[in-house]
Every structure is written in C-alpha cells, then in structure tokens.
Ligand binder design. Structure first.
Ligand SMILES: O=C([O-])C(=O)C[C@H](O)[C@@H](O)C(=O)[O-]
Length: 405
C-alpha cells in the first residue's frame, strides 16, 4: 500500500472498492486489455527545444511519449537519473509501468537513495511512458487509471513571487482572474525558510490588500514555503483567519510534521496543507494518521509519477482528508496532474494554475487556459497535449540512453 509491503493495511477505499494494494494490478489489467502486444521501451532521451527540457521515451516501433520536465530538478540530480533510474526501463514492456516504481525501489541498494531526487527521476519517465501508452491506444491516459469522476476542475491563480511589490503582484492576480474567470488565488507569505523583514511586513500587508482588492467572495490561500516555527505560524494563522484565508500551505519546515500538527490544532477555519516536497507514500499516510494536515499536496513528478500520486489520493479519501496537488504550471507540465484529476477519488477546492499563465501560452502546444475559472480534463490521446512536430526538428539531444549504455 505504501512504499513498503504492508498488506495488513489493505482497506477498500476506492470508488468501486478497489483495495489500494491492488491498484497496480487493476491498472495493468486495463492497459493490457486495451493494448494487446508488448510495448518494448527502446530509448529514453532528454531533449531541449524552445528553451525547454523534455523526456522522450521511444518504443521499438518508433512511437514515442513525451513530457516537459523541470530542468533544475532533473539536472541537479542527473547522475541518479542516468545511472540508477533510466537504465531500468530499457527493454521493458511499458504496459507494466504501474508496477515499475515499486520494482525499481527493490533493486540492489536503490532504497538507500529514495527522496525527491530519486522519485522525481522515476516520475518524469513514468509520465512520458503514460503518454506513449495513451498515444498507442489513441486514448487519454486517465482511461487507464480509473473511472472518470469529473470533467473539469476549478483553478486558483498561483502567485509565486515574494519580491514584487504587493500592488503589482495583486494586479497580476486580478488580470489573470479576469482573463480566466478564476475565483481563487494563492499568495506567498513569509520569506521561504525564514521569517524576517521585509517579509514579515509584506505578509501583514499583502493578505489584507488581496482581500480588499479581490473582494469577500474571492478565495484566498497562502503558502509559507517552510517559513515559520510552530509558534510563529500560529500567530500568523490568527491574522489569516481574520481575512478568511482558506488554507495555509507548508507553514513550518516541510519535514516537521509535529509543528504542522500544532498549527492545525490551533486552526479554527483555515485548513493546513502540505506535501509538495514529500515523496514517500508512507509519509503521506503518517500525516493522515497523526492528523498533521487537512490537505495533502503531492507533486505528480516529485512523488514518483501518476500511480504514486493516485495512491496518495486514495489515502486522502481513506482518511477523509483533502487532496490538492502541487503544480504551479500553466503549460504542458499541467497535463499529468490534469489526467490524474479525471479519476482521483478526492480533489479539494481549486487546483493550481500559474499567475499570468494565459499570457504565457505558446503556439507550439495545445493551450492550457481555464474557461469560466475551470480547466477541462484533456481528452486528446496520451497526456492530452499536442506539439507542433516542427519543434523536434530543432531539438538538442542532451542525453540518449543508447549512447550512454
Ligand atoms: O506551492 C507552490 O506552487 C510552490 O511552492 C512553488 C515553489 O515555490 C516553486 O516555484 C519553487 O520551488 O520555486
């Protein structure tokens, strides 16, 4: 059920009562029913085009799946990706992808390296493989993952800046809200891993300013990015609740669940959220078990891909806890969470959409723009993003598994 084998914790939690430990089998069964022949992975590449980095997985028939990735996370952990993770997938049948993250963990001494660097490297390949399978079957990926439970979801505008003057940042939020119909935002508070001036004053001014500018009906969330001690966070929480802030993300150091629990116990109307950096499924269960969080926020890539993120959503459902993944994206990287959102049994409030995302769309991929404040589930094959094929003609191949091995 989690990262380890703990069948005694199996519980029927999913819609349709699928035991969590059987999720991989259920999904693999669905894939093999749809694609009858093996899809043998021939090559994994890291390519750069249009100044962006992608993972491309190609099968023996020359068909490929692709996902855009966070280049900083990839290149900071590139050795792990190249040496420990990518080679595992070569020659394997992609249809068994649901089982591979757990298998990979059990190989040799891989278990010693787990954490975001390990699981992100797995996740980016896993997501590209799902794109490949979807394209081969001519179906959106979510059809393999489970029963569709929603056609769209409301978004919140994710403001990511701590340095922009509050008036300017609020103006960007307003522009994005007007262009997309979004009725919620998340703003940064604290100083990211520190609670010092000028961030203390900025926080005290920013929250009231956004409330006044956007009005009482607009939903406000905040993100502390690990800025506070429990004591400081509880003080800030009082101010947040007085402005009807709906969730306080990562108030304390992200690994310090006990401080989050203390903040949560002090909250009356504001939910406590977290999990962006967490990549252990067991850790998400622990958060629920000790009541440290009201909302779980795994990142589909950081947590190790779609199946592991889906597992976290089932755990959230089991414990009656919220699920609002981390994804401050408005381009092709929003596609993997989008497919997950079609089927995950719980999805809480609004989902993340980058501020000014509507203006950042490119003419070389399917646009990712909310309508009336909602993003539809993408229905095109694979992850649902179509790329203009011309972009691959100008690509730079940064790494190719065939040459490396
Ligand atoms: O919840 C979020 O979207 C984030 O915390 C985004 C992060 O700040 C991300 O942009 C980063 O790590 O710089």
């Amino acid at each position: 059920c989690g990262d380890s084998t703990r069948t005694n914790l199996d519980r029927n939690i999913a819609k349709g009562n699928v035991p969590l430990s059987n999720l991989e089998n259920e999904i693999t069964g669905r894939v093999k029913k749809t694609i009858s022949n093996p899809v043998v992975i021939d090559k994994i590449e890291v390519v750069k085009t249009k100044s962006r980095v992608f993972i491309r997985v190609t099968d023996k028939e020359g068909e490929y799946g692709v996902t855009r990735v966070n280049d900083k996370r990839l290149f900071s952990t590139f050795t792990m990706f190249k040496k420990l993770i990518a080679p595992f997938f070569l020659g394997k049948d992609a249809r068994d992808i649901a089982h591979y993250p757990s298998e990979l963990l059990r190989i040799d001494r891989n278990y010693k390296y787990v954490g975001l660097p390990f699981w992100n490297s797995v996740g980016i390949i896993e997501v590209a493989i799902w794109d490949l399978l979807g394209k081969k079957a001519n179906k959106p990926v979510y059809q393999f993952l489970g029963e569709k439970v929603r056609d769209n979801y409301p978004v919140y505008i994710s403001s990511l800046d701590r340095e922009n003057p509050i008036e300017n940042e609020t103006d960007l939020i307003k522009q994005t809200a007007e262009a997309t119909g979004a009725t919620a935002t998340k703003i940064k508070i604290g100083g990211r891993m520190k609670n010092i001036e000028p961030y203390i004053t900025r926080t005290n001014q920013f929250v009231p300013y956004v409330r006044k500018t956007m009005g009482d009906d607009f939903t406000i969330y905040v993100d502390g990015n690990s800025s506070y001690t429990a004591e400081e966070a509880i003080e800030v929480l009082k101010m947040l609740e007085s402005y009807d802030v709906k969730f306080f993300e990562e108030p304390c150091y992200w690994q310090d669940l006990w401080s989050h629990k203390l903040v949560k116990e002090s909250a009356t109307t504001c939910a406590i959220a977290g999990g962006e950096q967490d990549s252990s499924v067991d850790q998400f269960r622990l958060m629920c078990e000790i009541k440290a969080m009201d909302i779980l926020q795994p990142d589909v890539f950081y947590v190790g891909g779609m199946i592991r993120a889906l597992k976290v959503s089932y755990i959230a459902k089991e414990y009656g806890i919220g699920f609002t993944p981390h994804s401050p994206k408005a381009g092709p990287m929003a596609a993997a969470p989008n497919q997950l959102f079609a089927v995950c049994p719980v999805l809480t409030g609004h989902q993340e959409y980058r501020v000014m995302g509507h203006e950042k769309q490119k003419d070389w991929h399917t646009p990712v723009v909310p309508v009336n404040g909602k993003l539809p589930i993408f229905e095109k094959p694979g992850l649902g993003i179509e790329y203009n094929e011309k972009i691959w003609k100008k690509e730079e191949i940064i790494w190719n598994s065939k040459e490396e091995i």
